[in-house]
Design a protein around this ligand. Structure first.
Ligand code: PGA
Length: 256
């Protein structure tokens, strides 16, 4: 079953207008393989500039725009928040939801994450739903329990059928920004668990959901990771800020 392969850049609170410009110009020279999509998720103040640069370089369609967060509320007195409608107005197509940094530092719960996924889907945005276990949870063999408890509230909130429009990023917290990547076998095993968990609710939907791996992915380890049957691309943090690295990852990524 052919699934879309996605390479998504999560710039977190990094980058500037110069990076937006250089990244887009450099990606223009990359010939993506069939069925591979590149998504760039800069900090929200840079979204409009990214939209502009992508269209200046006639890369609409080749480079998709993503946000790093969105509010679960439609509008109103929520200082500092960004609504789905604002993202839609900027031609944003994807939104990262439930990143472990948001769950950890900003105490986002799986219930709140589920509400955000619902808001994004209702607005026609594709959520990149992040899930993952901590080092202590992996060590005490709670990985599957943790992943299930992060996924189930979203399934309950939006219904499994809607997962056809959801991308899931499995990011073991201990691998994020640490240089410690999960081995390709470990990553595959966990991705397979996620797909089987979804399949218990709906087999045909589960077969179609792109599952991305995230956590210290770089140009040297991406090939082996992305070659795994249930790994459909990656969510790239640190390496996506380095133009040559990110270009190399995009170039190396093969559609399935
Ligand atoms: P990393 O971050 O590639 O720097 O580990 C990935 C992420 O947090 O999405």
């Amino acid at each position: 079953m052919a699934r879309r392969t996605i390479v998504a850049a999560n710039w977190k609170m990094n980058g500037d207008l110069t990076l937006v410009d250089t990244m887009v110009k450099n990606l223009k020279t990359v010939e993506l393989q069939d069925n591979v999509s590149v998504v760039i998720c800069p900090s929200s103040p840079y979204l409009s500039s990214l939209v502009e640069k992508v269209s200046e370089q006639a890369l609409n369609g080749a480079i998709c725009i993503g946000a790093q967060n969105v509010s679960e509320h439609e509008y109103g007195a929520y200082t500092g928040e960004i609504s789905t409608q604002m993202l839609q107005e900027l031609s944003v197509e994807f939104v990262i939801i439930g990143h472990s940094e948001r769950r950890g530092y900003y105490k986002e719960t799986s219930t709140q994450v589920a509400h955000k996924v619902k808001a994004a889907l209702n607005a026609g945005l594709t959520p990149i739903l992040c899930i993952g276990e901590s080092e202590a949870e992996r060590a005490t063999e709670q990985t599957e329990f943790v992943l299930a408890s992060q996924l189930q509230p979203v399934i309950d909130e939006v219904g499994i059928e809607k997962f056809i429009d959801v991308v899931i990023a499995y990011e073991p917290v201990w691998a994020i920004g640490t240089g410690k990547t999960a081995s390709s076998e470990m990553a595959q095993e966990t991705h397979q668990f996620i797909r089987q968990f979804l399949a218990k609710a709906n087999e045909s939907v589960a077969a179609k959901v792109p599952l991305l791996y995230g956590g210290s992915v770089n140009a040297s380890n991406c090939n082996e990771l992305f070659a795994q049957v249930d790994i459909d691309g990656g969510l790239i943090g640190g390496a996506s800020l380095q133009v040559e690295q990110f270009k190399a990852i995009c170039l190396a990524t093969k559609g399935k």
